[in-house]
Write a protein that binds this ligand. Structure first.
Ligand code: SF4
Length: 270
């Protein structure tokens, strides 16, 4: 593996996740959306809790629970899978639990600051002076029997390695660990800090692969390459891919997509 990596364009981790699952999905998802009978509120709950923790960590004047509740009321979707009352209660529980976590850090360097196209929740010097990153992960429900699998996902997460790489670049020293700050609302409410140890060699190994994918993503966006199907991504742990009919009924012919999908504009912008 080359010692020096010519990185080129950089994309946010969620886009890299989509691209690595299936380049065609990453491309189609920018233009097409399958209408869902319900809008999931798990993401809204996670963002609201993270905003409250951000306010608390930066000494904001407003009560953290008020920050979170205001955000929920402003962004509560029509056809939500939970009532507004239920979402507000889950957010309140998440904020209370999250605020009780002892991070043990020596110094906060950045809270919700953008580093290029990624935005880690918290960056600072850990209890032992190591540069570290914390990312809040709210789980409305996580049974103990799935906990180990959940933690293992963070150990190879594009998001965590991208944080380590880009934050290390910014501060001129390696990030030594990235923490998942898990806020579990049920069935056993608790929080935990799961540490993923980083080393410059490990981050470079990840960057070697990620940077090649980023170049290919840019080439597809510029029309120099064509997106292509990867059938190993067609079935996900949550069911069939959202573009399943697009590929396996319409064989990728986007002129037929409006029969099932809505055209969307401006996704993945920036
Ligand atoms: S259905 Fe399969 S091939 Fe089509 S976009 Fe999804 S993962 Fe890719």
């Amino acid at each position: 593996m080359a010692q020096t990596i010519n990185v080129g364009p950089v994309y946010p981790p969620y886009q890299l996740d989509n691209f690595q699952r299936c380049p065609l999905f990453w491309d189609l998802d920018k233009r097409w959306k399958k209408p869902l009978p319900k809008e999931w509120t798990a993401g809204l709950i996670g963002v609201a809790v993270a905003m409250a923790l951000q306010s608390a960590l930066t000494g904001g004047q407003a009560m953290p629970t008020d920050v979170a509740s205001d955000y929920v009321r402003e962004n509560y979707p029509a056809r939500a899978d939970r009532s507004l009352k239920g979402v507000l209660e889950l957010v309140r529980q998440g904020v209370e639990l999250g605020m009780a976590t002892r991070f043990g850090l020596k110094e906060i360097l950045a809270v919700e600051k953008s580093f290029g196209r990624t935005r880690p929740d918290l960056v600072g010097y850990d209890y032992d002076g190591a540069l570290a990153v914390w990312d809040h992960k709210v789980k409305v429900s996580l049974d103990d029997k799935f906990l180990e699998k959940e933690l293992a996902r963070y150990d190879t997460s594009n998001q965590f390695y991208e944080y380590a790489w880009i934050v290390g670049q910014e501060y001129g020293e390696p990030v030594e660990r990235v923490y998942a700050h898990l806020i579990i609302l049920g069935p056993s409410p608790r929080t935990m800090l799961h540490s993923v140890q980083m080393s410059p060699e490990h981050v470079r190994h990840w960057l070697h692969g990620a940077s090649r994918d980023w170049k290919l993503m840019r080439a597809i966006e510029q029309g120099d390459e064509e997106a292509y199907a990867r059938y190993t991504g067609c079935q996900t742990p949550y069911g069939p891919c959202a573009m399943y009919e697009g590929c396996h009924t319409f064989y990728g012919d986007e002129s037929a997509f409006p029969a099932i999908y809505e055209h969307v504009k401006g996704r993945y912008a920036g």
